[in-house]
Design a protein around this ligand. Sequence first.
Ligand code: HEM
Ligand SMILES: Nc1ncnc2c1ncn2[C@@H]1O[C@H](COP(=O)(O)OP(=O)(O)OP(=O)(O)O)[C@@H](O)[C@H]1O
Length: 939
Amino acid sequence: MATFLSSKTAATAIARSAIQHSLRRPLSFAGSRVSVSSFRRSSPPTSSLRLGFSQQGGLQSITVTRAMSSSVQAASDPAQLKSAKDDIKELLRTKFCHPILVRLGWHDSGTYDKTIQEWPQRGGANGSLRFEIELKHGANAGLVNALKLVQPIKDKYAGITYADLFQLASATAIEEAGGPKIPMKYGRVDVTTPEQCPPEGRLPDAGPPSPADHLRKVFYRMGLNDKEIVALSGAHTLGRSRPERSGWGKPETKYTKDGPGAPGGQSWTAQWLKFDNSYFKDIKERRDEDLLVLPTDAVLFEDPSFKVYAEKYAEDQDAFFKDYAEAHAKLSNLGAKFEPPEVNLGYVYGLGYLTGLSPFQVNSSAASAANLKRVSLAPTKMKRKGAPVPCLEREEEVGQNKKAKRLTNEFVAKSEIGDITGATAQEEVKVAKRGEFGGSILTDRAFSDLPLSQPTLKALDEMGFKTMTEIQARAIPLLLEGRDVIGAAQTGSGKTLAFLVPAIEMMHFARCLPRNGTKIIVISPTRELAMQTHAVAKSLLKHHTQTLGLAVGGVPIGKEAQQLVKGVNLLVATPGRLLDHPKKTKNFIYKNLECLIIDEADRMLGLNFKDEMGEILKRLPMKRHTILFSATQSTEVFEFAKLSFKKKAEENDAAQPKPVYIGVDDKKPKATVSGLKQYCCIVESEEKFLALYKFLKKQRSKKTVVFFSTRQAVKFYSELLGYINMECFHMDGTQKQSARNSNLRGFTQAKSGILLCTDVAARGIDIPSVDWVVQYDAPREPEMYIHRVGRTARGEGGQGKALLFLLTQELTFLSCLKEAKVSVITQKIDISKTLHLQSLLEKIVGDNYYLCQSAKNAYKTCIEAYNSHQIKSVFNVHTLNLKGVAKSFCFSSPPKVNVNLESRPSITRNRRERNRSLHGMSFTNPYGNMGVNNRQFVR
Ligand code: HEM
Ligand SMILES: Nc1ncnc2c1ncn2[C@@H]1O[C@H](COP(=O)(O)OP(=O)(O)OP(=O)(O)O)[C@@H](O)[C@H]1O
């Protein structure tokens, strides 16, 4: 176990007094070690701090001058920056001071307070850390040594500001330690007097009572989010903590006993001069006593929202590097004033040529011609260092940096606001004519060009499918060759046929008979999706002799068992029921299984299904093909694929062909289909239901699916809408299967209508002609958003629209969407003429006992669901206006209910912790241990 130290205070006091002691000594500037500058000083020396060195190189004295107090410090000279970078590299090579230089840059910029407009009061990267008063802040203990190291470089290059030098040194240290290239820009202006330093207390504490809250408080103040907190914390992969400085860490460990650099301290990682993702791996494992884990490090794997990123970075170094580089660049700009100002930024920003580290390519001829004028910055592809799954063969560049740049709130503020309910049919026609709406998903390749059997070709023809979609054209030939495939393609792009056609061919050419048992299993996350896949398979098998079966919960198991005993060659199943059969159905033969297809693989291999999938995988024969399909992919899918495929390759022979990743849309700028128009409506809680009502009323002639976060909300709103003469279908996971089926069937067959549902209908369901997908409650994560909106604009030429409701404080969710390559247009819904309905609604609910109970349940669970939202930084239960929320459930004031704010993820996590030993399925052991699991997520 790594240690948690708490003897901080005393040591900090010692450190402080040591610094203070030295600060009291008189000035004796000793620049004797600094070589004579090759640059002529273009301005008087700007340093306000002078350092004195003892013969041993230790600090002797510091003093502060105020010579520049009245003038504004000019920004850095690019040519000097380039030279200074070389000097920093040399310094790193000789002193091994990478970590402390990183800490120097971060402590200069990390004082930024986004709520303060004025520079330099807002703090941030402005060089203020060179002043004694700031160096004396407890959090900066020891950083005087970093200043001492860079001061000679500062002295050599008068044309560089401290602010730039600190950030240049930090970014260079990361790169030289093997980290990512950081897209830096330069031109920061320095503060000039100690009075301009920020107050003490703006940097994080390593051992606060509530580490997650503390980190959020500090980093949110800087305008950084959870992902950035986790990524930046990864800088602790470098360096050591020293009790005599910060009070944290051991005096020495086996990793720090003999240097490099001055020995001592406790590091977070074994190779603390190498920038990689071992910080996350080590904290996760916590196996080594000699490695440090501060409370603020540990919380990255404890807080559910931080954990998502910490886990990801522990698994995927490329993902860490990418996010770190972005976050570091952002950190280094916090609060900075850049000069020349905006018009000349190209000159300053375009230091790609200068530092060789920017991912932006400067148009160099323009740069030299226009010199100080803005130059165009064309983004170039950042080459990834390796595939996320080394054992996968790339059909094309796998897992590229897909995520687009962050959407800022500014975007929202600037975006055109119209009233969505007023969108006319003419406008829609105009858009459609421009050809921007509803592109073709079909290629020019015909199914008949493939070596498919006659019965399959005949069935395809009868189903009306002649040419293939892209995922079909790319996946089917490879699957026919017997390759294992991970397929990713947008919602509604025909993935079902892409895996079913080759599966059926496999059975056909193997001449499977019922007595051979189950040769192919397709696993789906929901019963409805399994039934739908079963229906497509049934049509495809129309002229074949092979047998088909369905195993889903909610229906009597007996009939299914009889069928299985007779022999089902292709079985479509949900995981819970699939697990029941081997236990309860004696003669269910699955030992001959040849192919396992996991639809919606990212969901199936995610946390919710981990236990069931572990159990299933453990029972199935290992010698089989594995096919994984989904519209969104996750690290889990790749990790699973990597391990299970690798294991299989080991067990079989070395010549085993590698599995193939097919990412049809990886290079596309959008994650959603071109036929989809997406809107977002920003509302206050109290207006939310009125806005929905107004919307549904206006779109009465359309077919609309509305997603809610809880089944209680689905129940209440469908009852309420029924009361006010707006009948709707409703579907959630706890309804009886017969009710689920009839609601889905009813809505599918209807020309217009409303379906209220939970995420049980978010994935895979193929309902024809849905016009609108409304997300009344925001989704758990961007991936869920993509699946939900995928219920419209499906198939060839499919068109549809999506509307997301967000509360004002949830706006930053748009940045998460932007990162997932989803852009939405902000719209408004004018409810001014609907406001009077509120009192009427309150009366309806108040007068009806059952409706009132239903509203209370919905209100309670809605708050609980909000509390367990995955993206805590955006969906923070404490920011909810409860009075407004109550209004949206038709209460005049918040009802008295017992709200359980223990988060759902933590309940699930606790249960998982308890259950872990039962299954042993992990991504290092995708086949799991022997054991019994009675828990059924989906039956
Ligand atoms: C998340 C909140 C953070 C806390 C509570 C924290 C705390 C600390 C502490 C206590 C030390 C030991 C200092 C010493 O004794 O010399 C340290 C060192 C360090 N910190 Fe942080 N830190 C945080 C975030 C960051 C960030 C965001 C970065 C950079 C992006 C960073 C980079 C470093 C480095 C590189 C060192 C090693 C310095 C050396 O070896 O001299 N830290 N941090
Ligand atoms: N080759 C084809 N030609 C015409 N239509 C097709 C073709 N292949 C599939 N489709 C139609 O496209 C629609 C979407 O197909 P499918 O349900 O397989 O999508 P999907 O990619 O699995 O979507 P999701 O990710 O939402 O599960 C269906 O209505 C299907 O009939």
